[in-house]
Design a protein around this ligand. Sequence first.
Ligand SMILES: NC(=O)c1ccc[n+]([C@@H]2O[C@H](COP(=O)([O-])OP(=O)(O)OC[C@H]3O[C@@H](n4cnc5c(N)ncnc54)[C@H](O)[C@@H]3O)[C@@H](O)[C@H]2O)c1
Length: 327
Amino acid sequence: MALRVGILGAGYMGTTHANILARDDRVKVTAVADMDQARAEALAPKVGAKTVASLEALLDTGIEALYVTTPNTAHTEPVLAALAAGVHVFSEKPMATSLAEARRILEAASRGPGLYQVGHNRRFAPAYKAAKALVASRSLRVTSAHIKMNRGELQQPPWVGDRAVTGGFLYESTIHLLDMARWLLGEVAWVQAAGGSNVYREPDDLSMLLGFASGVHAAFTSCAHSTWLFPFERVELFGAHAAVVTEEMERVQFVPGLGKPIETQEFGPLPVPEKWGYAEEDRLFVEAVLTRGTPPVTAEDGYRSVELVEACYRSLMQGERVTLPLP
Ligand SMILES: NC(=O)c1ccc[n+]([C@@H]2O[C@H](COP(=O)([O-])OP(=O)(O)OC[C@H]3O[C@@H](n4cnc5c(N)ncnc54)[C@H](O)[C@@H]3O)[C@@H](O)[C@H]2O)c1
């Protein structure tokens, strides 16, 4: 029998995941809820599901897994309720918007029996997978990195400009590549942040220095009002006269050595669910649930990314280097 999945939050990401899941024979999207009933009613029939009025009603339908695709500060409560009911959870990023909430989810996920996966989709995007694979297969010894995670505005959808709903710009956008930095380069030992609130009423333009436990260091910039000039998201990994460079999730370039031709892999033509990693993260979540395996992005990963955001904010506020793990 197909895995019964419910969706909480029928906006952009709820719709994205529901459409992917509806194409998976192993899954039946059975129910959709949204605080805006009209949104749930618009999505549910398209994926063969029914509309229900609340999280409680969603859990009462007997779903085995819940997708939490509400705005950032509305993740913790439904995630904890679902895990307490023994329901598997896929939560959009961020795991939570404070270290204390992230720790509660980490503890609930470790108790089980429900599995927990957080939506750090970049890990499944072919461009980033190719970058990681190039580092390994071509034995690139990374010595430093330059990482950029910009955003054109904090205006669409309207809640992304409200810190009470996002937890802050670093939680909304930057966390994607903070997780990526950790995935590519290992644990972060310290951060030092500088920045200010220039256009919006929150820190919206930051430069961070990240020191990794391996000794590698990275310069990481993140501006919330950069315009959507391409590429607003970019990773550059440097070795000895060699480099791996990503541009958005469109392409990856590899420079194997001085005077050697650049090798380019293009992912532009892929459909967005594949190019952005959404299709694979959903496929692997279902696989983990069905096999009782380990989710490919764990609660520990979610917690570490929240911790990194908190460390950056603390460093910005205190004006000094902050070491990890945070107490
Ligand atoms: N992984 C990615 O690439 C990616 C991209 C965009 C957004 N996101 C994340 O996905 C989540 C949703 O973002 P979105 O762009 O889909 O937003 P959205 O505004 O399009 O959709 C959010 C939906 O949640 C509903 N909602 C709000 N509070 C609720 C509550 N308490 N209970 C039930 N429903 C509620 C809203 O009515 C809306 O329909 C956010 O956490 C965001 O950070 C991730």
